[in-house]
Write a protein that binds this ligand. Structure first.
Ligand code: NAD
Length: 468
């Protein structure tokens, strides 16, 4: 290991020890104190909005509207939710008392877990770092944040904001790549909140096991879209294209692949292309010129996605549109592929780019079976006008979340839990659900002093004892 890395590791250990002390002090922090911290963070964040937008533009060429909508607005909304509801969330929850325990009372108290570690990915590098951080603070934890090394400008503005608003014993940003994560994962954090790929999620869970740190894993995978034959095609096509091309397909809940009823395939492929032209080529200058389209994050991911297209073509997929790229501009034309087969990479790995493979099915049972061949998805989209088909698809499948006749918006609903299931994630995020992830739900049973009517519990036992 080189000296720079060693220095960083020493820093991390020092900060971790300081945070442990602070976390004990913060066990008794009130809602008022936590809200004060959140308001300070909110003021500082909003006063640096332009800098955040610029950083997102440099790292991912995000359009400013998309930067505000999918990164800054949602982070601010998370803060507002916490400020509004924290007092209620923190209130102990009294539970009813069963007859045999009638002399006692029981409640659940929500205590901070302690020192938390929040590791973020690069695709929504601001929100996916700040969102969980806001909840860690709301729940009374200290935190070490590890942004993605792939979006260095956003990482740097996150560091600036956190170090201006917090002392390092309260919150600290550890910039760097895998070596920094690995060093952090040696430490006995009270909670680890990770957002990223299932592959790295397994490394995180393994590392957490050494210290039995609790984990939230917000992961990814292949999110299917099932399009029934009874569907408003125009509406469905628009929503699918928007969900797919937001952030150039680099969205964890982006529609990954499409299963379209065979009777409407041709018409629906036309509707998809029409929507794409309307949204990203309204001025006729070409889709590559569309300001609303971000870029692929770096050459490594660019080559990976191009490799997926080439593999599909070699194995016999038909390019419906797109299929071209410009490496200097990190641009891949939105590409629709049909006749895709299970042996193609495009149907095996999470695409995380502007490719949309389309396959057909004959019956809803077949559509369900195709999805079930893969890991449980993070999101599952259903497009249908038929309530019967909606209900059937919903009840016979499993996923972290589902949107019916919509894409992505389920994530934006503050009162719905967001997360995956098994391979697509463990634990839930969003407002109250995140607060719970960062809280220890401690049970407290209180016996009324001096009452002895529990004596049947103690030996010598009588037949009556077992009825307790
Ligand atoms: P990634 O798993 O490669 O990296 C995520 C973070 O883990 C980064 O900070 C990285 O530095 C760190 N990391 C990478 N390798 C590591 C290792 N070996 N040990 C320890 N830490 C390591 O993910 P990514 O490429 O940044 O993001 C894309 C993935 O994230 C996709 O799978 C996507 O679906 C998923 N994602 C999920 C959500 C969600 O909310 N469920 C949101 C966004 C992205």
């Amino acid at each position: 290991m080189n000296t720079v890395v060693n220095t960083t590791i020493n820093d991390l250990e020092r900060v971790f020890q300081k945070q442990k002390v602070k976390a004990i002090e913060w066990r008794t922090s009130t809602a008022k104190e936590r809200i004060h911290r959140l308001k300070k963070l909110q003021r500082y964040m909003l006063s640096h909005q332009k800098e955040i937008e610029q950083a997102l533009h440099i790292d991912l060429r995000k359009h400013e509207v998309e930067a505000v909508m999918t990164e800054i607005y949602v982070a601010n909304k998370e803060i507002k939710e916490c400020i509004k509801h924290l007092k209620g969330w923190m209130k102990p929850k009294y539970v009813s008392t069963p007859l045999p325990l009638f002399t006692t009372s029981g409640k659940v108290v929500y205590e901070p877990k302690g020192v938390s570690l929040i590791i973020a990915p690069w695709n929504y590098p601001f929100f996916l770092q700040m969102g969980p951080f806001v909840n860690a603070i709301a729940a009374g934890n200290t935190a070490i944040l590890k942004p993605s090394e792939m979006t260095p400008h956003v990482s740097s503005i996150v560091k600036k904001i956190i170090s201006e608003v917090f002392e390092e014993e309260e919150a600290y940003v550890a910039e760097g790549g895998v070596e920094v994560s690995t060093a952090l994962l040696e430490m006995p954090f009270d909670h680890i909140y990770f957002t990223g790929s299932p592959q790295v999620g397994k490394i995180i869970m393994n590392a957490a096991a050494k210290n039995l740190s609790s984990v939230t894993l917000e992961l990814g995978g292949k999110s299917p879209v099932v399009v029934d034959k009874k569907v408003n095609q125009k509406d469905a096509a628009k929503k699918i294209i928007w969900g797919k091309l937001t952030n150039m397909g680099q969205t964890c809940v982006a529609p990954d692949y499409l299963l379209v009823h065979e009777e409407i395939e041709k018409e629906f492929l036309d509707a998809l292309q029409e929507s794409m032209q309307k949204m990203y080529n309204a001025d006729g200058k070409g889709i590559q010129q569309a300001e609303a389209l971000s870029r692929i994050v770096n050459e490594r991911h660019f080559d990976r996605i191009v490799g997926i297209i080439e593999d599909a073509i070699v194995k016999g997929a038909e390019v419906v549109c797109g299929g071209t790229w410009d490496r200097d501009d990190l641009y891949i034309a939105p590409t629709i592929l049909r006749n895709v087969t299970e042996d193609m990479k495009v149907m095996q790995e999470e695409i995380f780019g502007p490719l949309l493979p389309v396959n057909t099915y004959k019956t809803l049972e077949e559509a369900i079976e195709i999805v079930d061949r893969r890991e449980k998805p993070l999101a599952y989209y259903i497009f249908s006008k038929s309530r019967r088909a909606q209900k059937y698809l919903l009840n016979h499948s499993t996923a972290g979340s589902t949107a019916i006749n919509e894409t992505i918006l389920q994530v934006a609903h503050p009162h719905l839990p967001f997360g995956g299931v098994n391979n697509s994630g463990i634990g839930k995020a969003n407002g109250y659900y995140s607060f719970l992830e960062f809280s220890n739900q401690r049970s407290v049973l209180k016996q009324k002093v001096g009452l002895t009517n529990m004596s049947m519990l103690y030996p010598p036992y009588t037949p009556f004892s077992a009825t307790m």
